[in-house]
Design a protein around this ligand. Structure first.
Ligand SMILES: Cc1ncc(COP(=O)(O)O)c(C=O)c1O
Length: 468
């Protein structure tokens, strides 16, 4: 299913979070200087935006050091900033731009639909095609649509509660499922906040989340089946279900251990509770049928968003006859003015039926292999304590010699190496997701070997620069 290789040499020794070597601080300062010097126009935009946009950006995660990067456009596998710098786009808009930019099939679908009307709040035929294709890929019979991953997971949580008439849910420490109240719990808690491993604290992940709601979300470690059993025992008949990323993708990439996902399904079902997979990130990127297809475990509910829209905002919630029956019979009203919006449906149809084809996955697999081989070669050659984890179109370098099994392991990984790596790649013309430690690269259907070479060449230079 996934490639995971662990290199064990020094000099970067992580997992026991130690102080960052002075050489690395210097490297970061030097790279930040280059970054800012290349982006005078972005700096001017940021100053102007500060007076019109709260925080000078359109989403708080766009506030990055040393300054936000303002983009002018994208084409194929590349994006361009307002200063005219070109980047191989491995950020992929946090994993949504798997079609690359300006893909002809998506452009034609969106242009065609725009001329025919962009909004009716009535269903259009493309919605049936998209639902049928999702059924073919994910094996769940009934679907509804929404606009973002947040809406999809919110509906999944509501639905689990509606079906079971229970209030408590379980979520995994370190998983991000969007910004609605029930899942804004223990998303990225600090080491001092997490509490004991056998009873993780329920840490609100934002201001504005009522304690009364946080209390309804029980927290457990990834890959911890015993922890789930314990929670089910402690709260008999009270737990509606569990939402989990089947492959964790907001803490680098953490793979499920053999038996974990089927074990969850069995355990939850044995207590009348449901299992929802958040495949917002993994959906099309972990393979043609996401982590569900890759692991062979089909949950009761699947949440999709990001890549399924070909770069247009769309989400989908799929479920078993039994689960979605509560939507069909009106017990749970799954609603939204823009749900099934014709523009979004046209883009999703093009993405699913014309872009994310078997040939595209073959091409992505070859490019992933090229990336993994190139990175591992440099890790070994430079004696870094780091390893690569890659699944489908996604992958990341974990700057630790130890495999990461859950969020607590991940907390121990020093993020300064990822930050330095991000800066280094950026200045070398490769746009990775900012900060680096939590996020992954995304290979789109439009990347080619030269793009991946630029990425691995930059990594080689970075790895060599770490020999302080
Ligand atoms: C796993 C996962 N679920 C849900 C979401 C929320 O999606 P959105 O940002 O579209 O609301 C994200 C966003 O990054 C995510 O990574």
């Amino acid at each position: 299913m996934a490639e995971q290789a662990v290199s064990t040499q020094s000099p970067i020794t992580s997992n026991e979070k130690t102080s960052t070597p002075a050489g690395l601080d210097e490297l970061i300062a030097q790279q930040e200087k280059i970054f800012v010097e290349r982006q005078g126009e972005s700096r001017r935009m940021a100053a102007r935006a500060d007076r019109a946009l709260a925080g000078g950006v359109t989403s708080s995660w766009q506030i990055t050091r040393p300054q936000p990067v303002w983009l002018s456009h994208g084409k194929g596998s590349k994006i361009y900033d307002v200063d005219g710098n070109e980047y191989v786009d491995l950020h992929g808009g946090y994993g949504a731009a798997m079609a690359g930019h300006g893909h002809p099939a998506v452009v034609e679908a969106v242009r065609g639909q725009a001329a025919l009307g962009t909004h009716f709040a009535q269903p259009t035929p493309a919605a049936i095609l998209v639902a049928e294709e999702l059924t073919r890929r994910f094996g769940l019979p009934l679907w509804r649509f929404a606009n973002s991953g947040t809406e999809a997971t919110m509906d999944a949580v509501h639905l689990m509660r509606a079906i079971t008439d229970r209030d408590l849910i379980i979520k995994v420490e370190g998983c991000y499922h969007g910004h609605h109240d029930s899942v804004q719990v223990s998303v990225a808690p600090e080491a001092e906040e997490v509490g004991p491993a056998h009873k993780p604290a329920q840490v609100p992940s934002s201001t504005g989340i009522p304690r009364a709601i946080t209390d309804l979300t029980l927290v457990v470690g990834f890959n911890d089946l015993d922890g789930v059993a314990r929670l089910l025992d402690e709260h008999p008949g009270k737990i509606a279900g569990m939402i989990v990323e089947p492959i964790m993708m907001n803490a680098g990439i953490i793979l499920p251990e053999p038996g974990y996902l089927d074990g969850l399904k069995e355990l939850l079902h044995s207590r009348g509770a449901l299992l929802a997979f958040d495949e917002v990130k993994t959906g099309l990127t972990a393979g043609p049928s996401g982590a569900t297809g890759a692991t062979g475990v089909t949950p009761d509910i699947i949440c999709l968003a990001k890549a399924i829209g070909g770069g247009v905002s769309v989400a989908a919630i799929g479920g078993t006859e039994e689960a979605m029956g509560h939507v069909s019979n009106g017990d749970y009203e799954m609603v939204g003015t823009f749900n099934g919006n014709p523009l979004a449906m046209a883009a999703a149809r093009a993405m699913l039926c014309e872009v994310a084809t078997p040939a595209a996955y073959e091409r992505i697999d070859a490019l992933r292999q090229q990336a993994v081989t190139g990175l591992e070669r440099e890790i070994e050659r430079n004696g870094l304590s780091a390893h690569v984890v890659a699944v489908g179109a996604k992958g990341c370098v974990v700057f630790s010699s130890e495999p990461v099994r859950d969020f607590r392991d991940f907390l121990g990984v020093d993020d300064s190496y990822s930050n330095a790596h991000w800066l280094y790649q950026h200045n070398g013309g490769v746009f990775l997701p900012p900060w680096g430690k939590s996020e992954q690269w995304l290979i789109s259907v439009q990347h080619d070997e030269a793009d991946i070479r630029r990425f691995t060449d930059n990594f080689a230079a970075f790895a060599a620069a770490l020999r302080f």
